[in-house]
Design a protein around this ligand. Structure first.
Ligand code: NAD
Length: 371
């Protein structure tokens, strides 16, 4: 749910009129009555689209929704601007304004709007819970009258936001955790969570871009990582993979041979499934079993923790709305680097250069020509 009652209350107090689609929050645990108490009007889908100046959503509207929106309506949500740019053509054609939460620059001033980090936090946590539930072993070291139970061994690949949350969750459950990331800076964060950082000699190459993200590595550097991962996979009960390179296919980290070396009953949760997967055997959206090893390729784990995923997202969105809603009036300053960075199109024009580039790739189509 894009806005929780807590956020609605804040927005209403700041002079914004809020309308909520009837029943939209129910499955996440937010009832229409809670929204009414917070000061929102409850409306049906069609009426809401016609009246909105700003449409706050989780995912982008359905194609049939666009004709109902007024020109100049602002759409804010996970708009998938780089994965599915052609689907945004209606925003341009209908002279709408779109802000993609994925493109909010990760600068200090925008930290409270960082919805990608919020969702990665939820996904990292839930990945470990899924693995623990499926593993035929317990996570903690137990000393019982019936003898000692050794702790589970968890390997986390990629120590960004999701990876660090997976490490912290695995540690809280009592597992022994190891982690690998190409960014050397991740080592200190991994160790501070009580996990072991696996160092790979990549020959001193630059692995990070100016924004702090991983760069796409050479095949040789990737292979060195894979070799080390293969050695540790054989002794791991659980592997959580989170390695991603923005705008690229996820790097292949876990080969078929590495999976074959794992004990039956072991569990792999591949959080990079939606961008091609870190494991060679992952099938996006499915769970496969290979020689007794379960490989989970979930596509939207935050949706399985809807209450807190909504709460965090709603706070991010409300913080973003603070930039464009001034005492209830819509005021967009396109000179603001956060708004400029996140804007897909402004009143149908100024299409974001990354979207233009994504459209120019095979499979993309021109945003300015489609309806
Ligand atoms: P991400 O989802 O793009 O990638 C996840 C992790 O995979 C990253 O840590 C990356 O280094 C790693 N990775 C990529 N290729 C790899 C490979 N071949 N082998 C091993 N690991 C590989 O990243 P993210 O979680 O969004 O965060 C990336 C960076 O951005 C981190 O440094 C994070 O601290 C930083 N960040 C900054 C802010 C902020 O300043 N507001 C917010 C969030 C994240």
């Amino acid at each position: 749910m894009a806005l929780t009652p807590e956020s609605v209350k804040k927005l209403v107090a700041s002079g914004v009129e809020v309308a909520v689609e009837a029943g939209a929050g129910t499955k996440a645990g937010f009832l229409d009555a809670d929204y009414t108490t917070a000061g929102a009007k409850i409306m049906d889908h069609a009426a809401l689209l016609q009246e909105a100046d700003i449409l706050a959503c989780v995912n982008r509207p359905e194609p049939e929704d666009y004709p109902s929106l007024k020109a100049g309506t602002v759409i804010i949500g996970f708009l998938k601007p780089l994965d599915e740019p052609a689907a945004l053509a209606s925003i341009v054609a209908r002279k709408l304004t779109g802000f993609a939460m994925e493109l909010v620059p990760r600068i200090t001033r925008a930290q409270s709007m960082d919805a990608l980090s919020s969702m990665a936090t939820v996904a990292g946590y839930k990945a470990v819970i899924l693995a623990a539930e499926r593993l035929p072993r317990m996570f903690p070291l137990l000393m019982t009258a019936a003898g000692t139970v050794p702790p589970a061994r968890v390997l986390v690949l990629g120590a960004g936001v999701a990876g660090l949350q997976a490490i912290a969750t695995g540690r809280r459950l009592g597992a022994m955790v190891e982690a690998y990331d190409v960014r050397a800076a991740a080592g200190e964060q991994v160790r501070s969570l009580g996990a072991k950082f696996l160092d790979v000699d990549l020959g001193g190459i630059q692995t990070e871009d100016a924004g702090g993200y991983a760069k796409e590595l050479s095949e040789e550097a990737l292979q060195r990582g894979r070799d080390m991962v293969a050695k540790h996979a054989a002794t791991s009960d659980v592997i959580i993979t989170t390695a991603q390179v923005p705008g690229r296919r996820a790097p292949l980290m876990l080969t078929e041979a590495a999976v074959a070396s794992m004990r039956p009953g072991s569990v792999i949760v591949d959080l990079a499934a939606s961008t091609g997967g870190n494991c060679a055997l992952t099938r996006a959206g499915e769970t496969v079993n290979v020689n007794g090893v379960s490989i989970l390729g979930p596509l939207n784990l935050p949706a399985t923790v809807p209450y807190h995923a909504s709460q965090l997202y709603s706070r991010n969105l409300t913080s973003f709305l603070g930039l464009i809603a001034d005492k209830g009036a819509l005021k967009i300053d396109m000179a603001d680097e956060i708004l400029k960075g996140a804007c897909i199109a402004y009143n149908g024009g100024d299409v974001h250069p990354k979207v233009t580039a994504a459209l120019a790739q095979p499979g993309g189509s021109s945003a300015t020509k489609e309806n």
